[in-house]
Write a protein that binds this ligand. Structure first.
Ligand SMILES: Nc1ncnc2c1ncn2[C@@H]1O[C@H](COP(=O)(O)OP(=O)(O)OP(=O)(O)O)[C@@H](O)[C@H]1O
Length: 250
């Protein structure tokens, strides 16, 4: 197997004096989607922020074998770690085109690729981003990360709060994006995990409690229920597939 694009080892992070990431170790293969799963508040977002140096952390983080854990965030981003944050963070008062232009870091941004994957954004380039739907804002956020020649994308809950039809559209876009760059994906919707992910890393209480192939994990209903508090994605009812429901919200 080729070298992982991202290797996290013994990662620890604290927020406001509380340890939110504890001795976390996992790898992200150089192709495909790796899903970072867990109930609400287990430290998924904090793990991503710790990798990026957005919160204080200790531990070993390697990008294609090179240590990046002592670098400030902007250097890590320059090295090719793209971040699509949970709240999308589009500039509401700027147009779609302006939002995209601001994100261009490389001398030769991949505009054709973005236009091919997000034709709707081309149609809406003069529209102010604040007037877009949640799904469209998510596309802007993904497109911004894709403009640059990133080596890995960290994508945090891209389908959160979106209507089911739009969830499908965002998942399709992610699938196309994943053909061009490996992704570490925080995702609560297990249908989306099933569709996209080859591997899963499951957190509980800031620690890794399971890693392995995605299909194997999702097929193990008892394990899914124990670790996520929901039933697997092949269970009968749709509303049992999102870990923000049921005990997952505890
Ligand atoms: N700014 C903050 N101040 C204090 N505590 C925080 C802050 N951000 C996160 N936490 C705490 O850190 C822990 C981990 O939060 P984190 O957002 O990483 O979890 P998560 O798994 O991403 O959750 P969710 O699924 O709800 O997004 C939680 O206990 C949370 O309450």
């Amino acid at each position: 197997m080729s070298e992982p694009i991202l290797a996290v080892s013994g990662l620890n992070a604290r927020i406001a004096g509380q340890q939110v990431v504890e001795d976390v170790s996992f790898t992200v293969p150089s192709t495909g989607v790796t899903a970072l799963l867990g109930r609400n508040g287990v430290g998924k977002t904090s793990t991503i922020k710790a990798i990026l140096g957005l919160i204080d952390r200790t531990g070993d983080v390697r990008l294609a074998g090179d240590r990046v854990d002592r670098m400030p965030t902007h250097r890590i981003v320059q090295r090719g770690v793209g971040y699509v944050p949970e709240d999308r963070e589009v500039f509401a008062g700027l147009t779609v085109a302006e939002n995209l232009r601001l994100a261009e870091r490389d001398a030769e941004p991949r505009r054709e690729l973005v236009e091919r994957l997000f034709p709707d954004l081309v149609q809406r380039k003069a529209q102010r981003a604040g007037t877009l739907s949640g799904g469209q804002q998510q596309m802007v956020s993904l497109a911004r990360a894709l403009l640059n020649d990133n080596r890995v994308l960290l994508v945090d809950e891209p389908t959160k709060g979106l209507a089911p039809k739009i969830v499908g559209e965002v998942a399709e876009a992610l699938e196309a994006v994943a053909d061009t760059v490996p992704i570490l994906l925080v995702e609560q919707n297990l249908h989306v995990v099933r569709q996209l992910a080859s591997d899963v890393v499951v957190l509980s209480g800031g620690k890794v409690v399971h890693t392995g192939p995605a299909a194997e994990f999702l097929d193990d209903d008892d394990l899914v229920h124990r670790l996520l508090g929901v039933h697997g994605d092949h269970a009968a009812s749709d509303d049992t597939t999102n870990t923000t429901t049921e005990e997952g919200r505890a």
